[in-house]
Write a protein that binds this ligand. Sequence first.
Ligand code: AQP
Length: 327
Amino acid sequence: MSPRKRILSGIQPSGTIHIGNYFGAVENWVRLMADYDCFFTIVDLHAITVTYDPKLLPQRVWDAALDNMAAGLDPARCTIFIQSHVPEHAELCWLLNCVTPLGELGRMTQFKEKSERERENVTAGLLNYPILQAADILIYKADAVPVGEDQAQHLEFTREVARRFNGRFGDYFPEPATLIGRGARVMGLDGDSKMSKSMDNFIGVTEEPDAIWEKLRPAKTDEARKRRTDPGSPDKCNIFGYHKLVTPEGELREIVAGCTGASIGCIDCKKILHRNLMKVLDPIRERRRDLALHPDRVREALDEGARKARAVARETLDGAKKLMGLL
Ligand code: AQP
């Protein structure tokens, strides 16, 4: 029997995970556990590339672990760990720094966006973020990386890093494929930009149902529907984009008919969305509550995850160092 293909993916510990993270990535991770040898990491070393509060970071890492396990990452079926607990990532990052031309880094979209926001604090770490991400992936010789569309450019960059290393030192790193999730780019509640924590336009996966309703109720819809009697176009409505992620086919067709024929209003449509979204999120919120009551289980899973990850990472790092001529 051939060994299972391997995947690696990561998530930032920057507050609760939102439905963009969930439908873009985490839901896919949960599905892929059945067929792949999976490594999932909470990327705390990435989180420190922008301004952050060191007093809050430990809680955020903990929250990320709880959220992701509650969302379905099962430590019995995958390796889940905290990035900084596997120091080999940072060491490989240094080696890869030395094969990566500077010019490419400044052209990364995420760097441009974040450096715009971080004007006072654009660190070398922020610039080198994609090299650390390449190290995260290549150190497990991952065959594929399941992510949302926003990470496609960084994945292309990772393949480029692998090609450069292989071209110079011999064939060593596989070029990982990109696996885009069902919600490739979930839009924020503002309807203007991608859902993201820093834009504060998100629905948290473990938020209470009432809090989610308070966010959905005023959320942007098709602007052509100024009055309830105005017909709308679901394809121009941000809310319909969310429906496509959680609403069954038959009910979707009813919504299209109701919106285009103005027989349902935007609030009715949002109530249906809320009900269907909560069917996905209720069990996650409940599992999270349960996990919070058993912190030892989570700690043990993370320790075991780091131990398993380190064994693989060490071997890859040693091979890379040897190829590079380091004694
Ligand atoms: N809106 C989204 N739609 C689809 N996929 C998304 N992802 C993130 N936002 C969306 C995917 O989620 C995974 C983990 O991403 P991350 O931890 O890097 O999250 P992020 O991009 O940092 O999330 P935010 O909310 O946008 O954080 P801030 O605002 O702090 O930068 C990745 O696979 C990502 O593609």
